[in-house]
Design a binder for this molecule. Structure first.
Ligand SMILES: [Zn+2]
Ligand SMILES: [Zn+2]
Length: 373
């Protein structure tokens, strides 16, 4: 890595370094003088920066490189908020992120005509239907099915509802969409470290669920402050299972050890907390009592999952995409009374643009995979 690239990388890792003011404008903080900002604008001729380096050399300066990198990774912070943008609105090449794209005919599909674009830089052509390219149904129908499913409807109920709307789709296709997109979005979101306070309080609990007629436990953890569902691990027994895996996944998600770790009296947590989080994490054990206020926050997540037990009827495998999708649904689409109507993700400073969060997340997930950064 050359020095220029290295500096850009360094800057990129600083929170708040780049903000998006308008759809076509980014500000990048100068590294030599943090008081200075440069504006990078997206024009018909690609990205343009106001710095001397760019004006003289007419080549991509470090600011442009940062913006490109951010667009690629879809990491953009505004007021310290991590924004996941609607990729179709950015009007960038699907393959090389160049802003020099032009309309280039249409493609006729069963769904109708779709606008095609050509990139003047890499010469490739693409449609801006990111994530839904080869699907026989449109993005709205597919994401609506996902949302209905995670709200507790069975795939057959959804099939029936679509039938009333004149949409002919088989329940097995609906199930395929759910597994495909839940996995895809989850893989993408795994790369995002939620903003947690300096001091992070994590709660963990086991949720009893029935899978294919058998009793199972979902070990889950959440951020106490934002109620963001951090990680989960499936087990067929509560008492023999060790919590190491859940704690490892939790640590991976928040990128550090929590300051405090709150659990019920289950012995497994004690040993695991010492092993995975270490001595600095204070482990508090609460014994479950009926009406106990202490675990109320966790109860809410428990309830959320248990109410949707129907959702799990089809589950067969232990590590299932459905659990991942449930997590996306809970963190990103479910508004929370105790969080003043915000979703846990919003409380966690992760903002997803657009009204249909699934669509924005899927757009980004599909590009993320293709760019394989
Ligand atoms: Zn510049
Ligand atoms: Zn291109």
């Amino acid at each position: 890595m050359n020095a220029r690239k290295q500096r850009a990388k360094l800057m990129m890792e600083t929170k708040g370094h780049c903000s998006q003011l308008e759809p076509n404008k980014f500000t990048v903080r100068s590294q030599t003088n943090p008081e200075n900002y440069y504006t990078v604008s997206k024009t018909d001729n690609g990205l343009i920066c106001e710095c001397k380096d760019h004006l003289c050399r007419k080549a991509d300066c470090k600011h442009i490189k940062i913006v490109l990198e951010i667009i690629k990774k879809n990491k953009c912070y505004r007021n310290n908020t991590f924004r996941i943008m609607e990729r179709t609105k950015l009007k960038l090449c699907k393959y090389c992120d160049s802003g020099k794209i032009k309309k280039s005919g249409t493609r006729t599909t069963k769904k109708g005509k779709i606008q095609r674009y050509a990139c003047l830089d890499c010469k490739k052509r693409f449609t801006a239907n990111f994530g839904f390219e080869k699907m026989r149904y449109d993005s709205r129908t597919i994401t609506q099915a996902l949302q209905m499913y995670y709200q507790g409807m069975s795939v057959r109920d959804i099939e029936c509802n679509f039938d009333m709307l004149g949409i002919d789709v088989d329940h097995s296709s609906i199930y395929d969409w759910i597994t495909k997109y839940s996995t895809m979005v989850n893989n993408y979101l795994n790369e995002i470290v939620p903003r947690t306070n300096e001091r992070v309080m994590v709660r963990a609990d086991e949720i009893w669920i029935k899978i294919a007629g058998k009793q199972n436990y979902l070990f889950a953890s959440m951020d106490d402050d934002t109620r963001y569902w951090l990680a989960s691990d499936m087990a067929d027994t509560k008492f023999q299972h060790n919590a190491d895996n859940l704690l490892k996944l939790t640590k991976e998600t928040i990128g550090k050890n929590p300051t405090r770790f709150i659990t019920d009296g289950l012995p497994a947590y004690m040993k695991s907390s010492k092993r995975i989080f270490g001595k600095k994490t204070i482990h508090t054990r609460h014994i479950h009592l009926k009406g106990d206020m202490n675990n109320n926050k966790m109860e809410r997540l428990n309830g959320e999952i248990r109410d949707r037990e129907k959702v799990f009827r089809g589950l067969k495998k232990i590590d299932t995409p459905i659990i991942h999708g449930m997590k996306v649904y809970y963190n990103f689409t479910k508004k929370h009374g105790a969080l003043k109507g915000k979703t846990p993700a919003q409380a966690d400073m992760i903002e997803v643009d657009g009204r249909n969060k699934w669509i924005t997340l899927i757009q980004n997930s599909s590009l993320y995979k293709e760019n394989s950064i």
